[in-house]
Design a protein around this ligand. Sequence first.
Ligand code: DGT
Ligand code: MG
Length: 348
Amino acid sequence: EQQTEEVEVFSTPSYACQRRTTLDNHNAVLTDALSLLAENAELSGEDGRGVAFRRAAAALKALPLPVTRLTQLGGVPCLGGHSLRVIKVLTGIFGVGVKTAGRWIGEGILTLRQLRDSGPTLNRAQRAGLRHYDDLNRPVGRAEAAAVAAVVEAAAGSVLPGARVTLIGGFRRGKQTGHDVDFLITHPEEGREAGLMPKLVSWLDSQGFLLYQKTNSNSYLEAAEGPARPASNMDRFERCFSVFKLPEEAGRGGAGAGGEGGPRPWRAVRVDLVVSPVSQFAFALLGWTGSKLFERELRRWAGHEMNMCLSSHALYDHRQSRYLRASSEEEIFAHLGLEYIPPSERNA
Ligand code: DGT
Ligand code: MG
């Protein structure tokens, strides 16, 4: 699902004769799928399309690593046309990555309709993704984010009075639209937040706000992990990936109309919920506000320039061999020897 691990963006020369292509193919799933498309095209006499697929397959064959994200393929030639479009439509489904898309193409599934009809076994996330495909590929606006915020605040206030809900991600940086809405939830009294997520989720579910949810429980233990691994940017907070069923209000109308049945009273919206203990709140806030590149550069600065390890949980100083505490983002920037940059200026 969503992680901020480093991914290489490939750049490849256009002609196969400019590239060195060995027998080591790191993208066999995709290249097999594309070769199959090429064969089909050739068999039905569409030689042009056949060659296009063969070129696309060859470009992928030359890559030094497996592709994990579509965004890596920006610099790969010959993938501009039909090949990329097919992969794009399929990976546009929430819960479907390049690997799954490649497997389906290999099975002859090129469109959402074929996927719906021929039905390989989909997991829960993919079923939700396919069912709400249009909604989930339509940007979420600020008004919708505010409406989700109201729901999450009601939920948190109801299951843990005093809980604080903060809008994070792109909307905190002032973006007008987003692919999802992200929230960080904490409680001013350390420890009170423990076990909050399951309660939150069951409240939301009981009120009919959830179309899909997957909850991961907290597994971060500072003492147990020690400084050896704090740089890991995979979070160990209680976290919930979900799809909300957001009622469309009259005021926001219009945009929500979709599907065969005409205007609908609700739309599906991706929502990420994260719960952090208040002692880690500033780190979580900084780590989840983004942008992704800004976060990556913060960690790079911390490591290379300060000999520190920054994560969404903590900041470890290797020189002093200790964790540096902070209760605000300002303090973390100060620890890092950086001028404070507000969220609206972190849109790197
Ligand atoms: P969007 O939703 O496409 O408008 O853009 P953002 O900036 O809201 O991006 P999003 O929602 O993918 O993630 C929000 C921020 O949270 C992102 O800038 C980096 C951070 N983030 C996302 N997933 C993870 C994760 O698994 N671990 C950590 N530590 N941070 C994450
Ligand atoms: Mg977001």
